[in-house]
Design a protein around this ligand. Structure first.
Ligand code: 6PG
Length: 235
């Protein structure tokens, strides 16, 4: 049986960003009310920019929120491709600057050299997470689950024990570090956020495609039956 997938359509990116930010804030407030804290894992790339800015405006007890990333490019925060730098610049501002940020990158030459450390940081966070927001690339990747990635099958193994893996793939640019699929599915709310008719076509195909190391990795999220997925998108 496949995951329950609910699709929420918006007319433009700002309406999409506002609605997703409002919904994520509802989830975070519920976590804080019920457990005293909430954990939010975010994607990088370009799509989340408006969403981060809208989320930063939400009224909530930010000091009770831990923010981390679902994946990171292995570059320092001084690099314009750093997802951490984008989170700091667009989300962790104003009242939201009180949130605790748990970065994936650290000053080590490779993600493999830092893997034990990053795994310890992620495993120290309360589980399950409250919210995970995934993005999707035009090749059907999500997090750093890239087609042909060197650790892709391990990362997608629903019964695997790794919470964090390094990833190298032709389409990825620099080396990456990524949370594993089972770690990302261990969340109270799971969102997939994308824009554009081309990505919508990939999403529609990936929903029914078999999971393989060369197909669309997002299929692994859309065909699992562990965690329902709420899709927020606009053309
Ligand atoms: C990353 C991401 C990645 C992203 C997709 C979509 O670090 O690259 O976390 O998985 O969500 O690549 O990126 P765009 O929004 O730029 O298309």
């Amino acid at each position: 049986m496949n995951a329950t997938i609910a699709t929420h359509d918006f007319s433009d990116s700002q309406a999409l960003a506002n609605a997703l930010a409002a919904q994520v804030a509802v989830n975070l407030r519920a976590g804080i009310a019920q457990r005293g804290h909430a954990v939010l894992a975010l994607s990088g790339g370009s799509t989340p920019k408006h969403f981060f800015a809208a989320l930063a405006q939400q009224e909530l007890a930010w000091a009770q929120v831990s923010v981390t990333l679902v994946d990171e490019r292995w570059v320092p925060e001084s690099d314009e491709r750093s997802n951490a730098a984008m989170v700091r610049k667009l989300l962790l501002v104003g009242a939201a600057a009180e949130a605790r940020f748990v970065p994936l990158y650290e000053a080590a030459p490779t993600p493999d050299a830092a893997l034990a450390d990053v795994t310890a940081r992620i495993d120290a966070l309360p589980q399950p997470f409250d919210v995970v927001v995934l993005g999707m690339g035009p090749d059907g990747h999500t997090a750093s689950f890239f087609p042909g990635g060197d650790h892709l099958s391990r990362a997608l193994d629903l019964h695997g024990r790794d919470s964090v893996l390094s990833m190298r793939a032709e389409g990825a640019g620099e080396s990456r570090i990524t949370l594993s699929l089972p770690r990302l599915l261990a969340t109270r709310a799971l969102y997939l956020h994308f824009e554009g008719a081309q990505k919508r076509e990939i999403f529609d195909k990936a929903r029914t495609a078999p999971v393989s190391t060369t197909g669309y990795p997002i299929s692994a999220v859309l065909t699992q039956d562990v965690t329902p997925v709420d899709v927020y998108w606009c053309p």
